[in-house]
Design a binder for this molecule. Sequence first.
Ligand code: FAD
Ligand code: MG
Length: 242
Amino acid sequence: MVSTPAHSYHARSLLSDDSPSSTISSSTRSRLEESLQLLRQVVETYGEGLALSFNGGKDCTLLLYLLCAALEDSETMRSKPLPTVYITHNHPFNEVDEFIDQCVSRYGLSLARENEPMKEGLSHFLSSSPIPVQAILVGIRFGDPYSSNLQDIQATDRGWPVFTRIHPVLRWTHDEVWEVLRAIQLPYCSLYDHGYTSLGGTNDTRPNPALALPPNAQGVVEYAPAWKLTDSTKERDCRVKK
Ligand code: FAD
Ligand code: MG
């Protein structure tokens, strides 16, 4: 069973006019409606064969919340924890690992940490899962590299382990993701409050230069939170190119 965090709102109240989320703009509400509709559909279609890919980033944090909302609305009862896969990073941030641990207990996830490259890690996840996994939710968005040809639901590409990929937040923009996370006060990884806008590992991620504040009296540069990024084309500028 995926347990819903105590502070959360049911999908119906998430979209109602008197909930704290009523500050959400009408275009972002449409986004919410579309994603919830897709999630309700895949919950019905795949049932317990549905899994989640989760790396502690803001996009899959939103996705996990929306999945909880869709499950609350669903006729299909889940009796088992949600199978979830995290392909670990060779140079992980403590903040990311701590946030993932918090999510495991907050949402009641059955998390597999795979210490292999992505294809091999996914393959091992599928072969070792006690529940046969048919479909995996992925929090990729059109703003991410190599995503322009993706569809809401599709098979994996040739050369990848065989399953169905589901992309419920594909059309969300960086601003829309932050609008909702902040409106519903959903807990997210603390690195985003320190200028990180996209999370990799300690060896390839730094605070986003576009969020640098003027140096303080000691000459130390601090960074504004990720949601203050005004030019979303710079979301990945915190990734160090190697
Ligand atoms: P991010 O915003 O960092 O990640 C987008 C989403 O990917 C996250 O919200 C999360 O759901 C998932 N994800 C990213 N990193 C991890 C991780 N370390 N552990 C668990 N989940 C993670 N590429 C192809 O070319 N063909 C495929 O068929 C294909 N199938 C995939 C199936 C799955 C289940 C996943 C997770 C990835 C797949 N990919 C595939 C790779 C995918 O297209 C992205 O390149 C990859 O998710 C990295 O995303 P990002 O760094 O660009 O963006
Ligand atoms: Mg992302």
